[in-house]
Design a binder for this molecule. Structure first.
Ligand code: VG1
Ligand code: CO
Length: 543
């Protein structure tokens, strides 16, 4: 077999965002695009000679082709061993687990997560380090720098490897090991949770619907929820991963998982509804008639995690991304453990998890996870909820009500304005940023600003700094507003407006969040001129 060294030239824009490099699939399919990026990753991590890599993706369009290119490049760059999920499938948390349990040096995960897939939609590549977590900013910056000076990439001239059969083959001197994507992950889940109790719960007639949204969690949920836990067949729907996710938007929120939401709000609702995203790291939890806001889910899980065997010794700390509501902080305070506030993106939790500072982490964007892997984990969150429901013998709605009466309710919503003209979105942010120090004392739509800043973070473990991570405004009535631009979109800019308000009175804890947040929504518009500047009279998505 022959190694070819191709000359190439830098391609602009190969800059990883919140979670890897994401672009339109057509961009990734352009000449040398994947090759340039992958070679830049290999170069930026000091080469991969003799190393072991985990490779897999969420099965979206172009997944299979990209994996073949990566394998041929890994072989040409001297890697010793590549562990690949059968048919190129690995959920993001399962890939993280494999990197850790197999002692791999890193991994490449192919996904654009919750973004739609297909020739006209999105694709992505992310590099994870040996701890199983997304590469930290220092590494992604080095990768980006390398993409700007790359001159050659190395690839093996070879036929496609058959990824449909388990076992080992070789590509020149490199071993390619095809593994079942589910087995190791399912074994980990069985260690963390009380499967007997959950089996008894299902045997007693408890019903659920898990919507895999035609994305990667289908096979995982089928094996674990229906197979190992005995939920009736049909509890897992849309379970076959499809390259275009069946034309859907694999983002588990009330808007994109509408069918599930409608079911859960109707008369025939099962006891629990859940969904996960394209690559399996997000989760949506909804009880009969009760949607659980991700920020609340993190808080409830933190307050109840000790009911699951894997967390019986309690938590060392809880971490949340800055825009996530402060509900988890209240639980941490009660438990007398530290609460951390990090920038958006799972990579910022890595050091806290590695150092044992935090056991649970979460983001308002439907991401929850723990130190069992180094990624957020959709199915894990669903199983922890199931474990808690089995242990408490209460409904989701009752657990939420009890939680709010103990800690108060943090009404929460995120409003997304998608596909906004990038220059306009930047101007809006710049304008607010430039006026931050004038805001305290001023009132907007009747709310007085108490404090305002541009969120910056110093990692408590390695001292690395991240600046400009979102504009934070708190009001004297306790409400909070955060403005940020998305780092995962592929078209124009997405403005995210995060809104929250604490409510301590149990009699006021069952309102519609949009209504309960009306004042802070109005204040956000008055303060940032969102309607005027974007020309939109309503957000595209409210979660
Ligand atoms: C979004 C979310 C963020 C999440 C990221 C990756 O980023 O807000 O919380 O970590 O997606 O999630 P942004 O920059 O668009 O706001 V996943 O499931 O897409 O990998
Ligand atoms: Co995802």
């Amino acid at each position: 077999m022959q190694i070819t060294t191709h000359e190439t030239r830098p391609i602009g824009g190969q800059k990883p965002g919140t979670s890897g490099l994401r672009k339109k699939t057509k961009v990734f399919m352009g000449p040398h695009y994947v090759e340039n990026f992958v070679q830049s990753v290999f170069d930026a991590v000091g080469g991969i000679e003799g190393k072991t890599l985990v490779v897999g993706g969420d099965g979206r369009y172009f997944n299979a082709q990209a994996i073949q290119v990566i394998l041929r490049m890994a072989a040409a760059n001297g890697a010793a061993h590549c562990i690949v999920g059968r048919e190129g499938l690995l959920s993001t948390p399962a890939a993280s687990n494999l990197i850790r349990t197999r002692g791999a040096d890193g991994g490449l995960i192919l996904s654009a997560s919750h973004n739609p897939g297909g020739p006209e939609e999105d694709f992505g590549i992310k590099y994870n380090t040996a701890n199983g977590g997304p590469a930290p900013e220092s590494v992604t910056a080095a990768i980006h720098a390398r993409t700007e000076e790359i001159t050659v990439y190395r690839i093996m001239e070879a036929q496609d490897i058959d990824l449909s059969a388990l076992g080992e083959t070789t590509l020149d001197r490199m071993t390619v090991e095809v593994v079942d994507p589910v087995t190791d992950y399912a074994a980990l889940m069985e260690k963390l949770f009380d499967f007997d109790a959950i089996r008894r719960l299902f045997a007693s007639g408890f019903t659920m619907r898990f919507d895999a949204m035609h994305a990667v969690t289908g096979p995982y949920a089928k094996t674990i929820i229906e197979g190992m836990l005995g939920a009736p067949e049909g509890s897992v729907v849309n379970a076959v991963p499809l390259p275009d996710f069946g034309g859907g938007h694999p983002d588990p929120n009330p808007v994109w998982a509408k069918e599930l939401m409608d079911l859960m709000m109707g008369e025939d609702a099962p006891d629990l509804g859940a969904a996960s995203d394209g690559d399996g790291d997000r989760n949506m939890i909804v009880g009969r008639g009760a949607y659980v806001t991700p920020s609340d889910s993190l808080a409830v899980l933190a307050a109840n995690a000790h009911l699951a065997p894997g967390y019986a010794d309690g938590l060392t700390g809880v971490a949340r991304s800055m825009p996530t509501s402060r509900a988890a902080d209240r639980v941490a305070q009660y438990l007398d453990i530290p609460a951390y506030e990090t920038p958006t993106g799972w990579k910022f939790f890595g050091n806290l998890l590695d150092g044992g500072h935090a056991t649970l982490c979460g983001e308002e964007s439907a991401g929850t996870g723990s130190d069992h892997v180094r990624e957020k984990d959709g199915l894990w969150a669903v199983l922890l909820w199931l474990n808690i429901l089995a242990a408490r013998g209460q409904s989701v709605a009752d657990i939420l009500t009890a939680h709010w009466s103990d800690y108060g309710r943090d009404y929460y919503s995120r409003h997304d304005y998608e596909g906004v003209d990038s220059a306009k979105a930047r101007a809006l942010m710049d304008d607010v940023r430039n006026h931050l120090d004038t805001l305290p004392g001023q009132s907007f739509a009747g709310l007085e600003v108490e404090a305002a800043d541009d969120f910056a973070y110093t990692d408590p473990v390695d001292g690395s700094e991240a600046t400009s991570q979102g504009l934070r405004v708190t009001f004297t009535n306790g409400a909070r507003l955060v403005l940020r631009l998305s780092g995962t979109g592929t078209v124009g800019a997405t403005l995210r407006v995060y809104l929250e308000q604490h409510e301590g009175d149990p009699a006021q804890q069952h309102r519609d969040p949009q209504e309960a947040l009306a004042d802070v929504i109005a204040a956000a518009d008055a303060l940032a001129g969102i309607t005027e500047r974007t020309g939109r009279d309503a957000p595209d998505v409210r979660t």
